[in-house]
Write a protein that binds this ligand. Structure first.
Ligand code: FAQ
Length: 345
């Protein structure tokens, strides 16, 4: 079925921003060849901080916190949709979903690698997730009750992720910015596949349409909450924006997401579950009802519908993977000693 994609025009313009960030990154790399500069000068000149550059301890710690939480989110984020791989309605949908879930694993790996450049080890990062010391995005603690949830996650959750992550392509830390460029290109595909899947359901039988509407009703507010607490309660925003890690505040990005989704929902023929959603001519934006931030904090602290299940699954997967880690470490050690033998021979 042909899907009218003008509803995803928002994603096209976001992709344009990713290309611009990529060009700026290349230009910054060229300028960096001119010689070292102080941390403040690099930030002021909108250039990139690289792993060997001097940086304040708090900048390093703040980046480890955010990048690690982001990486953990990608890894835990495989679970809700992975739950539907064996039950996808067609072989084509199954292949697409497999590829998408695999992409999320890849995103986690780029991000763990970016965090490691800041001096933290992969083992430390794994343990921080497994022991609950570091968190992951609230959104992945909600259940996927029907096939339509896979479409709603692609449209809304990946949609929110790219609205949040496109500005991170211009983040001041080089390895994070570079990882984000690749991630955003893939997330853009994820959003389209979710939108297309939901569109097909919305044009289907009354039962399929009801299933699509139910999924949107359940995923809308948790997706709005992904952007974090309101600006007034955001502990890290001010410093993070001064250091050009974050480029926009939580509320600015949430508004951008709402403005993007409303016309897309109209094309789907589905309604967003907010009776107060309406265009405000004066502001040039849609007015909308905020998500329940008390619920967000409860979910972040471990009391969401699926927190325990997600962590139990992750701990099991980590234990089951012990032999793979041991085998690859043994293989790497063997290769290294062979190389040494060659050099000394
Ligand atoms: N969930 O001071 P702020 C994806 C925490 S990837 C959990 O405003 P900040 C791909 C925050 O960490 C989704 N915790 O914090 C995918 C902080 O706690 P802390 C993940 C949250 O850092 C799609 C405290 O609240 N994306 O979806 C949440 O300035 C489909 C105070 O908050 C990223 O991680 C939340 N929703 O702004 C995968 C993007 N919100 O650390 C599979 C990168 C806030 O002091 C399927 N991260 N908190 O204990 C960011 O952009 C930022 O870190 C924010 C939060 C915007 C998430």
């Amino acid at each position: 079925m042909e899907t009218p994609l003008p509803g995803v025009a928002g994603a096209d313009s976001l992709l344009g921003e990713v290309e611009e960030a990529e060009a700026a990154l290349r230009a910054a790399a060229d300028r960096a060849l001119d010689g070292p500069a102080s941390f403040d000068a690099v930030i002021a000149a909108d250039q990139k901080i690289e792993p060997r550059d001097m940086m304040p301890d708090a900048y390093r710690a703040g980046l480890v916190r955010q990048i690690a939480q982001h990486a953990h989110s990608e890894i835990i984020g495989m679970q809700p949709e992975g739950n539907w791989i064996s039950r996808a309605p067609t072989l084509r949908r199954k292949a697409i979903l497999l590829a998408k879930v695999q992409d999320e694993a890849g995103h986690g790996l780029y991000l763990y690698a970016a965090a490691e450049t800041l001096g933290v080890s992969r083992e430390e990062l794994d343990q921080a997730l497994l022991t609950g010391k570091q968190k992951y995005s609230s959104i992945f603690n909600y259940p996927t009750l029907s096939w339509a949830d896979v479409g709603a996650i692609g449209w809304l959750v990946d949609g929110a992720a790219i609205v949040n992550q496109v500005p991170l392509c211009r983040c001041s830390y080089g390895p994070y910015a570079r990882a984000m460029i690749r991630v955003c290109k893939e997330e853009s595909f994820h959003q389209r596949q979710g939108y297309q899947s939901l569109y097909v359901l919305a044009q289907g039988t009354p039962e399929q349409r009801a299933m699509a509407q139910d999924a949107v009703d359940r995923w809308w507010y948790p997706s709005l909450a992904m952007f974090g607490p309101p600006d007034a309660d955001s502990t890290h925003s001010a410093q993070s924006m001064a250091w050009k890690v974050k480029r926009f505040s939580n509320d600015e990005l949430r508004q951008r997401f709402v403005d993007m989704c409303v016309p897309q929902a109209e094309i789907l023929g589905l309604t967003l579950p907010d009776p107060d959603l309406r265009w405000n001519d004066e502001r040039g934006h849609y007015d909308y009802t905020s998500p329940d931030f008390d619920e967000l904090m409860r979910v972040v602290k471990g009391d969401g519908p699926c927190n325990r299940q997600r962590m139990a699954h992750r701990n099991r997967a980590y234990a089951d993977g012990a032999w793979v880690r041991e085998a690859s470490a043994a293989y790497a050690a063997k290769q290294q000693s062979k190389r040494k033998e060659l050099v000394t021979a």
